[in-house]
Design a protein around this ligand. Structure first.
Ligand code: NAD
Length: 437
């Protein structure tokens, strides 16, 4: 029935699966989320979140309380009676850069074995062009049940994911079966009250749209980072240049910040996967490959600067503010802070870090390679230098008088160009930014 709440399943309750499940439940649908990680499912049943995402806990709690959102480890329980099943499992990088599709294809086979009637199998995971064909073949090998495959890539930003899901700029639907298209339109009806933001296209175009979006965003950042290094050498200021070009409507002001390099689980992985596809097909995508290479270089910039300033780091204590790959998340996957910590440690420094929420993840990943403290000024205490890596709001306005009191030597490395440079210098600090002197 058109517009009626639907029963759906989400396979994988990571950042994408959980936000998607909670979001569809918020639109009134009946959602069962399934994950192979029993600990995670137990937590979710108690409405405890496996990661930090603003607003998510409340959304999950409310929809679970209304009986619209369920969690299970039993795929059959989730898939039985579901019209659409979303695959939201990981697609990590393999050594050669290719996306590892084994989780996606395994999920597809498992869905095929338990589905009990017409089902639309939808990929939310970011998957290489042509994956839908592989899913179709994998499912056909397991079942006689009728089904369609569709692509519905996810564009959420960690840290603002709920907003992105509930009020998306667009919803991309890749499908060739009208029944699947209608079903996905119905599912998203809740957000289409004012404008129709659904863009229907071929499955291959939808698969590629996701890579194109991440590659474009990553390229902008890498472009600004390379330009920042150039600006520094020629005595220009990347912040003036950013404003100068960002005010041109053809360019726009978003995603133009020079910094410590991008991290996160998507940009690097997706650039590498797209680059791999291009190499396999012998079609040059040089800009994409360069954006990735420039970023690997950029992630080392802060560490190299610290080393250049001090000459040697043995016996030095370096404080780091911000460990997550960006503000408002506790995700540390491919975080620039991890590269910095490794460089500083390799050069003999002791490292002490603070992050509003990512501390436990860093502790779990690095053990005693770094001292993680629960208060920003504790990370600066006794430090020879303080480095800002992640620009959380609470870290943007340092109390310079307090830093003067607690630091051993007054050296600041502002990896995001947000600290007050002139004030810091007036207070006797040596200040380094990115792309400015
Ligand atoms: P994640 O690693 O946080 O979550 C994946 C989850 O899937 C895990 O909980 C894992 O236990 C579960 N899982 C794996 N195999 C399973 C199976 N067979 N059955 C049930 N559960 C299974 O991953 P993520 O960050 O949510 O990313 C998922 C996909 O979405 C990736 O392709 C990623 O590129 C894409 N994506 C991520 C983001 C993001 O910001 N994280 C944004 C857009 C798209």
């Amino acid at each position: 029935m058109v517009g009626a709440p639907m029963r759906i399943a989400i396979v994988g309750t990571g950042y994408v699966g959980l936000v998607t499940g909670a979001g569809f439940a918020e639109f009134g649908h009946h959602v069962t989320c399934v994950d192979v990680d029993a600990k995670r499912v137990d937590m979710l049943r108690r409405s405890e979140m496996p990661f930090h995402e603003p607003g998510l806990a409340e959304l999950v709690r409310r929809n679970a309380a209304h009986g619209r959102l369920h969690f299970t480890t039993q795929l059959r329980e989730a898939v039985t009676g579901s019209l659409a099943v979303f695959i939201a499992v990981g697609t990590p990088s393999q050594e050669d850069g290719a996306a590892d599709l084994s989780y996606v294809l395994e999920a597809a086979r498992e869905i095929a074995r338990v589905m009990d009637g017409y089902t639309v199998i939808v990929t939310k995971s970011t998957v290489p062009v042509g994956t839908a064909d592989k899913i179709r073949a994998a499912v056909e090998a397991e079942t006689e049940q009728p089904f369609s495959v569709a692509s519905n890539p996810e564009f959420l930003k960690e840290g603002d994911a709920i907003n992105d899901f509930l009020k998306p700029a667009r919803v991309i639907v890749g499908a060739d079966d009208p029944r699947a298209i209608d079903l996905l339109r119905d599912l998203y009806r809740g957000i289409m009250r004012t404008t129709d933001r659904i863009q229907v296209m071929s499955i291959r175009s939808a698969e590629l749209t996701k890579y194109a979006a991440n590659a474009m965003l990553a390229t902008r950042i890498s472009f600004m980072n390379e330009l920042a290094a150039f600006a520094e050498v020629v005595g220009a200021d990347i912040e003036s240049i950013r404003k100068g070009i960002g005010s041109d409507p053809r360019i726009g002001s978003k995603f133009l910040f020079a910094g410590a390099g991008f991290g996160g689980s998507c940009f690097g992985k997706d650039l590498r996967a797209l680059g791999y596809m291009a190499r396999e097909l012998d079609v040059p995508l040089q800009v994409v490959t360069a954006a990735d290479r420039a970023n690997e270089r950029q992630k080392k910039t802060l560490g190299e600067r610290v080393l250049r300033h001090f000459g040697k780091l043995e016996g030095r204590r370096i404080g780091i503010w911000g460990l997550a790959f960006k503000p408002e998340t506790d995700d540390i996957r491919e975080a620039p802070a991890l590269t910095l910590i490794e460089q500083l440690r390799a050069a003999g420094a002791s490292v002490v870090g603070y992050d509003p929420v990512a501390g436990p993840n860093v502790r779990a990943a690095l053990g005693d390679a770094i001292e993680v403290v629960d208060e920003p000024y504790a990370a600066a205490t006794g430090a020879d230098a303080l480095v800002l890596v992640t620009e959380w709001h609470e870290l943007r306005q340092p109390d310079l008088a307090r830093l003067t009191d607690v630091m051993r030597t007054r050296v600041l490395f502002d990896g995001r160009n947000v600290w007050p440079r002139e004030e810091a210098r007036a207070a006797g600090f040596t200040y380094y930014g990115i792309g400015r002197s």
